[in-house]
Design a protein around this ligand. Sequence first.
Ligand code: PRT
Ligand code: ZN
Length: 283
Amino acid sequence: MLRIAIQAKGRLNEKTVALLADAGISASIGSRSLIAHAKGFPVDLLLLRDDDIPQAVAMGTADIGIVGLNEVMEKDADVVRVLDLGFGGCRLSLAVPREADYKDLGWFEGKRIATSYPAILSRFLKEKNINAKIHTITGSVEIAPAVGMADSIFDIVSSGGTLIQNGLVEVASVVESQAVLIATPGLPTDKQEELDKLCFRFRSIIESRGMKYVLMNLPKVSLDEAIKVLPGMKSPTILPLADSDWVSVHAVIPESQLWERIEKLKAIGAEDILVLVLENIVK
Ligand code: PRT
Ligand code: ZN
């Protein structure tokens, strides 16, 4: 049975539990227990702080884990990065006070940088040949310059709102991160097979995100034109209607292109357009 480490509580917990549920894995997670038995797939859930997940997976305490790539990189854990999960997106960036006379990375020479990610930062500074002082602090890194603890920060940025609120400007993005599925290197065959099955489910869920299933009635004469607008997964599905001058067209469209394509389809005579949510794409 696979043991999967997930964040007990925090930013990644909700989306991780939702991804597992979409993959048919449900568990009643009590607030105090460390381990939960799941239904729907042979896995146990190990509920940990995100900082501990890379190490737990590297040591084999858990076979697989879901955690931010930033934590995996910081701990330099010996794990296999199996799959990018498409949520928890953020970046690790250097930021300086708005009033700083910043031109380029040379500004950081001799400066104090506050961070919760000293390992990633020190690798970066070494690569860029910059000598700076790293102040490791956990939590509220962004207030360090204002209280005189540091000249600048290296921290997680998502919308950038926290930086603005604290009078800081992002000057270099060092690492792009998102939630990733990691595994212990060299899993035994039976566990690897279970992991492959789980990945298959995760992939189909991830691929269907942001896609819509669209059905419409179309005058047969517009079909060639519609096929150009609707590439679909292979090509759109065309079904005959009782009225032989019309066909029913089904296609999968990325949400970002939905309205633009629907307008084009309406312009060539499409009617009764239905847009449905897609749950899974199984390839
Ligand atoms: O208790 P535990 O140790 O498990 O959790 P934690 O408090 O260490 O981490 P948590 O739950 O805050 O974050 C878990 C993971 O979510 C991180 O390791 C990242 O991979 C990912 N993530 C995605 C983020 C953010 N977005 C994010 N915006 N983690 C933190 N933030 C914080 C950031 O530190 C800063 O304070 O949000 C603020 C910036 O947000 P913006 O939107 O204002 O830029
Ligand atoms: Zn943490």
